[in-house]
Design a protein around this ligand. Structure first.
Ligand SMILES: Cc1cc2nc3c(=O)[nH]c(=O)nc-3n(C[C@H](O)[C@H](O)[C@H](O)COP(=O)(O)OP(=O)(O)OC[C@H]3O[C@@H](n4cnc5c(N)ncnc54)[C@H](O)[C@@H]3O)c2cc1C
Length: 354
């Protein structure tokens, strides 16, 4: 059997594996990506929203002033290479659910003039939605077509002979100080971008992972403009083929990854009250998010195994977080530049070397 010598073996082609492999290959490194083609992964289920201000308290997302322009540039570059749109501005219209919610939004306006404003011409939206307390707008939101991006990058990897379309089995992997062997591949390093599957990975299972199941519905809503993300207790997001993505849930106590009738019922009740247009549910999707307890990604090399790395723990914000830290990690691997201590997996040296 002839051995293939490469620089990096990357496990997983979700958004993390896609962005990291691209950054390394652009720098001239020889990379192979292994992906098992699972269709219910976080990256395939996500709506693709990059939102600078989140939550009921409208808090500015961690590092968003650096992450957002960086993400826009990287996805913009990919869009140019691909030749079809991948990223667009798509502001959130926040239909206040109560007087208190409306007041909370108004109270935030003076501090968040860059990202928040009150919608003046609310009348336009009366045709589509039932609402009584006004609409706030979250500006500079981006919407990424993740599905198209993943398919395009998978094709690029195939063309470059850099994709193994199969399940990676850690039992078949031999890890040495300066290299890693897997079947006929010898790599200088292996990097795990395998999303929540990494929770079972004996090399990284001690990290403070947290479970988070998310569900969404796919619907046809003829006549609803695909110009905005609409929010009231639930988000309606423009999706592929003129359809809309409606979600999502956060469930921390699940025992399986099946779609639940309870979510569908609750979502339909919300839509029946809020949406004036007829709609038809055509899909119900679900995945586990790769979440960790300190809500910062896991980036870097294993403190005890320099040939093993991780790029994971993107949580609820892979679309905004992954581009910036894929570039930072690639530079770290190639040139030895430092990682932001907040994301460096070495912050868990004690538990990883126990
Ligand atoms: C309902 C929902 C909505 C979301 N909405 C948003 C949003 O709007 N914006 C946002 O930024 N984030 C959102 N997220 C979070 C986002 O999806 C994640 O942060 C991101 O997709 C994580 O990407 P990843 O590549 O790290 O992991 P994953 O997407 O899980 O990718 C891991 C890849 O590794 C592969 N893999 C795993 N194990 C193996 C193995 N043994 N062998 C081979 N391949 C393997 C998997 O098949 C997969 O392709 C949402 C998540 C959910 C569930």
């Amino acid at each position: 059997m002839t051995t293939m010598n490469i620089d990096y073996l990357i496990i997983g082609q979700g958004i993390s594996g896609t962005l990291l492999s691209r950054a390394l290959m652009k720098a001239g490194k020889k990379v192979i990506v292994v992906d098992d083609g699972n269709v219910t992964t976080s990256s395939k289920v996500a709506s693709g929203v990059i939102n600078p201000v989140t939550g009921k308290r409208l808090v500015r997302t961690w590092m968003i002033d650096e992450l957002l322009p960086f993400a826009r540039n990287i996805y913009g570059e990919m869009e140019m290479e691909l030749g079809v749109p991948l990223i667009s501005q798509c502001n959130i219209l926040d239909f206040h659910a109560s007087r208190d919610a409306a007041q909370a939004f108004s109270g935030k306006l003076p501090d968040e003039m860059e990202y928040l404003r009150q919608v003046r011409e609310e009348g336009t939206w009366q045709e589509y939605f039932r609402f009584n307390y006004g609409i706030g707008e979250i500006d500079s939101c981006l919407l990424l077509d993740i599905g198209t991006m993943l398919r395009w990058w998978r094709d690029q990897l195939l063309i470059k002979d850099a994709l193994v379309w199969n399940r990676f089995e850690i039992a078949g992997c031999v890890i040495e100080e300066g290299s890693v062997r897997y079947n006929d591949i010898t790599a200088q390093k292996i990097i795990f971008c395998d999303g929540p599957a990494c929770i079972e990975n004996p090399l990284f299972n001690k990290l403070p992972w947290s479970k988070d199941k998310g569900e969404a519905l796919i619907a046809e809503i003829p006549g609803l403009p695909a110009t905005n993300i609409y929010k009231q207790g639930i988000n309606i997001v423009p999706w592929h083929n003129g359809q809309f993505w409606i979600g999502a849930t956060h469930d921390w106590k699940y025992t399986d990854l099946q779609p639940t009738p309870a979510f569908r019922k609750r979502a339909e009740e919300l839509l029946n009250y809020w949406l004036k247009l007829p709609y038809k549910i055509v899909g119900h999707i679900v995945a586990q998010r790769p979440v960790n307890m300190d809500r910062k990604p896991f980036v870097g090399l294993h403190p005890a195994m320099p040939s093993v790395g991780i790029f994971n723990g993107m949580g609820t914000k892979g679309c905004s977080v992954a581009p910036y830290f894929a570039a930072q990690f690639a530079q770290h691997l190639i040139n030895g530049t430092s990682l932001l201590p907040d994301v460096d997996v070495k912050r868990f040296t004690k538990i990883l070397t126990r």
